[in-house]
Design a protein around this ligand. Sequence first.
Ligand code: OSB
Ligand code: MG
Length: 375
Amino acid sequence: MKVEAITLREIRMPLVHFFETSFGRTTERNIVLVTVHSEGVSGWGECVAGEDPFYSEESFETAWYAMVKYLAPAVSGRTLEHAGEAAALFDRVRGHRMAKGALENALWDAEAKQRGLPLWKLLGGTQREIACGVSIGIQNSLDQLMEKVETELAAGYRRMKIKVKRGWDVAAFERIRARWPEILLSCDANSAYTLDDLALLKQFDRYNLLMIEQPLWCDDLYFHARLQKELKTKICLDEAIRNARDAQAAIELGACGIVNIKVGRVGGFTEAIAVHDVCRERKIPVWCGGMLESGIGRAHNIALSTLENFTLPGDVSASKRYWKEDVIEPEVTVSQQGLITVKDEAGTGYRVREDLIEKLTVKKETIQRASSAAR
Ligand code: OSB
Ligand code: MG
């Protein structure tokens, strides 16, 4: 696969409904999209970095910088046998995993199209249907939260996850469990608590939660292991797992019983597969996290979710929960049974709507040749 050129675009897309976590509220996404031009095909990737460096150190602006200055020049002009080779070429840049992931995944998409294979098969997936859950943000009131849960259950989603923080946790569980004692319910703190909240976190055990996602610091494994010993409910790590080594360490320490895999957070499909394999060998179930992606990242999450050890419903849900109009065709839909059926066409099976993307683009740059800085 000869990488002839790489185009970066920043697009803006307003969310249908604001999304609030313990670190803040998002109403509009700024998304960096990558197009790899290679031997007559276009491979697409989405950078999942947020508007601000609140979920992780990266933002869409730092990703742009890393891609333009270092990552795109490291692969532009090269011939690769396989998209997985990109990870080694990016290796001397530390961090910037979401930027790396966007580029690497665009290469995988191009490779799948060139080989005439569905991306999910190229990744080694085996499942034809993906089980879907939803992530429900912090709302203005508990009544509003109850309405959201009702809507998502009626749509068929198989697992409800609510965002929590101090003051928006136990009271929400009480309300939900009073009405729906049996549903699969979990929560995500995005690091809102510390070990000083132990008594509060122990109360979570009363609500039969599937998991508590990332309760403590984003960079911590050790104190999560201490906390896990005090709780009946399984801890699931998101932010704290940056690579397969972190996953192994977390499991050996007893820091979690479940792992959330986000392909952008770990730097691309190659590392995401490695995290998956580490967990599978140790019998730790995984599920696919979401980052309010446009259809391009969403299609990649679907492909990844077909790997064998993705046994819990992911945060992979329908386009219409996020966007009035998605950038892919058809948009992602979820059945009344809470499933997405994967497609058999080459690539993701979703067509990129370049005309719409052009309209949403606020910034664009093409990298044609490697700069000397990257060599
Ligand atoms: O922690 O999983 C998270 C969105 C932005 C940043 C972090 C997270 C999330 C979500 C959204 O939970 C999941 C989705 O895309 O629906
Ligand atoms: Mg999370």
